[in-house]
Structures are given as structure tokens and as C-alpha cells.
Design a protein around this ligand. Structure first.
Ligand code: SF4
Ligand code: SF4
Length: 443
């Protein structure tokens, strides 16, 4: 729970630097014992060896700001921006410090402080405008598809024309995912089975809808195959996680309420998501909206029903496919699945249930790949250090397929293929499963 700084001041007798700005929960800050157990799990500390880039160091700075001993300086903002929000430190912490909530509140504090000073960060403006309306993302995906299909993308990359403007831009041009053909969703997927197991709603998302529409269709088909009636409310927008992680909590609340309304009236038993970052955020809607007189109860209803697709399938006992295909598969854990939602064994159980599949565990499967929202764009060089480390481990597995349940990780791994001359096939676990159900050869 967040407090106004005035409340914090009253309870701690500290000075007020940022009146009327919500600040991180002071009790959470005090939970940190500064033991340093989180340090070896933190990729940014591992890369730099600097305390200010460790979870403990960042918590110290957040406390200093809350106490009025430190201003919101460029150095402070830079330290928080450098954090991947991978939450590996949360898993490692013996005191149960909810670092993710602290850092989110700190970003909100920074954002409000900047607005009070007439500043709006470029990143905030772009992200808010882009994710405010799903039609904008779909338009971008449409033009990217044309660009890719026309052969222009190939020419631009081959000619290295972007290199003349900027080396980074040239590199980033290879990060754009291959956009699949966009297929509309049926509002209701009527199941032909006589005994239905229940009614579920599928979150189609924003990035997932625009760039991984095929994964959404796989999710719907797998659920229908397993005996569920599936609904996909029309005109779904971003769940608010992008705004929320960027400190724009008002915008996140607005987006959360819209999604809740779409599912609440449908009275579904469960709400299924196939993107780890979004699922992690939606499971916390009850905290995001706890002070809202109209939505607090509805948010609890919603968060209670949100399930990652792999979590749901394993919990419910999914149908085991009969098709046998020889392949070697490994698994990369999305941070917001393993650390954010503590879901780790379920995707592995799905892979291991596939006849003919040899599952090879990769070392450090839970070490961040460097995708982390738009970290691979804003911190390209450090992101590539993490990606190279991931590919070193991946190559050792000699796998044909690397499976991962988050769009950001899938884009980053595909870029790794280009950068490190590999040809892993990259799939969402639900797509691999659906391919076995459908008897396809090309997963
Ligand atoms: S965040 Fe947890 S593990 Fe890290 S220093 Fe604080 S108490 Fe220790
Ligand atoms: S979220 Fe990740 S990068 Fe940030 S402090 Fe924790 S372990 Fe380090």
C-alpha cells in the first residue's frame, strides 16, 4: 500500500521533500536488513559490481529520498532506470522485501515529481501514447507486415543504409519481430463437447495481439480442445503493465478498469493470459485499485481468476497429446513468470508431456535474457551482455527448440539467433502443445 509523503512524515518524523506525491511503502523499505543475500542474483550488480546498481543499494537510495536526505537526482533516476525489474532479488530475499512494489512506487514518485516541475520524460510520453489505444499498435503491426512482405526490410538490412544514420538503429532493425497474418478472434468459441468443463476468458493483450496473434489463437484452440467455452471480449487494450512499470499509475488504473469491465459482466470462471509480464501485473490489480470505491471489489474478483495458461492447464489436468515427434527442447524462464508469479514447473510439465520430446534443462534458465520491457532498446549494450550469456548456455543444450512464455523474451531470443548465428526455433509453450494436438510437422 502506498502512503502520501505527509503520512510517512507523520509516522517517521522525517522532512517532507515531495508533498502530495505518493511515496514507496516505508514499512517495506524498513524490512530490508541490508544483508546482501540478493546481490548475487542481481544481473545489474553482477555486470557492474557497483552497490548503487544492486537491490540493496537502490533500496537505500529510495529510503534516503523518502527521508528527505536525497533529492530526486539524475543519478537516482539513472540507477532505477538501469534496474531490469526482473525481480530475481525478490526470490532471493530472506526477509520477503517486495522490491518490485518499491521500485514501481519510486518510478511513480519520479514521474509525479517531474510533472510538478513541468517535465515529462520522452519515454513516458511515447509509451503512454502508444499503449493508450490498441489501434495504434495494430496499425504499426500492419505497416511492419507490409514492410516485411514487400522485401523492403531485407533490402534495408542488407544495404546497411540505417548504419549511415546510427549503428544502434541498424542493430535494432533486426529486433523487429516477424509479424504473423492477423486473424480476428471469434467473440465466443463454442465448444462442441457435450460436457463443458467451464467458461474462461482469454486476454488478447496489446503487443501479444499485434505481434503474436498466432499465440493467442493457439491459446484459444488449446482451451477449446481441453473442453472449455472460451470468450475473447472485443477491443481489448493494454492491461496497464507498461504504464504501471513506468510509474504512470493513474494511466495503469484507467486501463485496468477497462479490462475488468470487459470480463466482469461475462461471469467467467477464469481469465487466461499467455504473457508473463501482463499476468504478473494483473494478479496485482487488487492492490492497484484497493482504494477505489467502485473497483476495489471487482479487482479482487479479477485478480483471483487470472491464471497463466501453463498454470491453468497443469492445474486442471490438460489432455496429453498422442503425436510422437523427435525433438530436443529447452526452456527459458521469463522473469515475471518465475520470480513474479512463482510459476516454474508448469511449463516444464507441459513440455515433458509431449511424446518424443527430449527436454534438456539449460543452466541459469532463470537468469534474465535482457529483454525486460524496452530495456533492450534503452540499454542496448547491457542487454546484449545478458543475451550473450543466455546464448552461451542455450548453445550448450544443443536444443532444436527454445520455449518461453513471454512476448518480450521471444523477441529477444529471436534477435539472439541473428546476433549469435544460431537457429533455435522459438515458441510459446502453448504453441508447441497446440502443434502436437493438431498433428503438425512445423511447430
Ligand atoms: S533486499 Fe532482502 S536480500 Fe537484499 S539486502 Fe535487503 S533484506 Fe537482504
Ligand atoms: S529487479 Fe533485477 S535488476 Fe533490479 S535490483 Fe532486483 S535483481 Fe537487480
Amino acid at each position: 500500500m502506498t502512503h502520501t509523503h505527509q503520512e510517512t512524515k507523520n509516522s517517521t518524523n522525517k522532512s517532507t521533500l515531495f508533498s502530495k506525491i505518493p511515496v514507496p511503502d516505508y514499512e517495506q523499505i524498513l524490512n530490508c536488513m541490508h544483508c546482501g543475500m540478493c546481490l548475487p542474483s542481481c544481473p545489474t550488480y553482477e555486470m557492474t559490481g557497483l552497490e548503487k546498481y544492486s537491490p540493496r543499494g537502490r533500496i537505500r537510495m529510495i529510503k534516503a529520498v523518502a527521508d528527505g536526505e536525497l533529492s530526486i537526482t539524475e543519478n537516482y533516476i539513472e540507477s532505477l532506470d538501469f534496474c531490469l525489474d526482473c525481480q530475481a532479488c525478490v526470490t532471493a530475499c530472506p526477509a520477503g522485501v517486495e522490491y518490485g512494489k518499491l521500485v514501481e512506487a519510486a518510478h511513480n514518485q519520479i514521474s509525479e515529481h517531474q510533472k510538478q516541475n513541468g517535465k515529462n520524460s520522452f519515454k513516458t510520453l511515447i509509451l503512454n501514447k502508444l499503449f493508450e489505444k490498441q489501434s495504434r499498435l495494430l496499425s504499426i503491426a500492419f505497416f511492419l507486415k507490409l514492410y516485411q512482405k514487400s522485401g523492403l526490410e531485407f533490402l534495408v538490412q542488407k544495404s546497411k543504409i540505417l548504419f549511415l544514420i546510427s549503428k544502434k538503429l541498424h542493430n535494432l532493425s533486426f529486433m523487429v519481430p516477424k509479424v504473423p497474418e492477423y486473424k480476428k478472434y471469434e467473440f465466443y468459441t463454442k465448444n462442441q463437447q457435450s460436457t463443458l468443463k467451464g467458461k474462461v476468458g482469454v486476454i488478447t493483450g496489446c503487443v501479444q495481439d499485434a505481434f503474436f496473434n498466432n499465440v493467442n489463437h493457439d491459446t484459444i484452440e488449446v482451451l477449446a480442445y481441453n473442453g472449455y467455452e472460451v470468450i475473447t471480449p472485443k477491443s481489448q487494450q493494454c492491461c496497464g503493465s507498461v504504464s504501471g512499470h513506468n510509474g504512470e499509475l493513474d494511466s495503469a488504473r484507467h486501463q485496468a478498469k477497462k479490462i475488468i469491465d470487459q470480463f466482469y459482466t461475462e461471469n467467467v470462471d477464469n481469465i487466461i493470459i499467455n504473457s508473463a509480464g501482463c499476468g504478473s501485473y494483473m494478479k496485482e490489480y487488487h492492490t492497484l485499485l484497493e482504494d477505489d470505491p467502485i473497483y476495489a471489489e471487482k479487482a479482487i474478483w479479477f485478480s483471483d481468476r487470472v491464471k497463466d495458461i501453463s498454470e491453468f492447464l497443469v492445474d486442471q489436468g490438460f489432455i496429453k497429446p498422442v503425436l510422437n515427434r523427435k525433438m530436443i527442447v529447452t526452456y527459458h524462464e521469463p522473469c515475471h513468470l518465475v520470480h513474479g508469479q512463482k510459476i516454474s514447473k508448469q511449463p516444464r510439465e507441459i513440455i515433458e508431456a509431449l511424446p518424443g520430446v527430449e527436454f534438456i534443462e539449460m543452466e541459469e534458465s532463470d537468469w534474465c535474457c535482457g529483454s525486460a520491457g524496452i530495456y533492450n532498446i534503452t540499454h542496448y549494450d547491457h542487454s546484449m551482455i545478458l543475451l550473450e550469456r543466455k546464448f552461451d548456455k542455450l548453445k550448450k543444450t544443443k536444443a532444436d527448440y527454445v520455449v518461453s512464455g513471454n512476448p518480450g523474451c521471444m523477441i529477444q531470443l529471436a534477435y539472439g539467433n541473428h546476433k549469435f548465428n544460431s537457429d533455435f526455433k522459438i515458441l510459446h509453450p502453448v504453441s508447441l502443445l497446440n502443434n502436437f494436438y493438431k498433428g503438425g510437422e512445423d511447430a
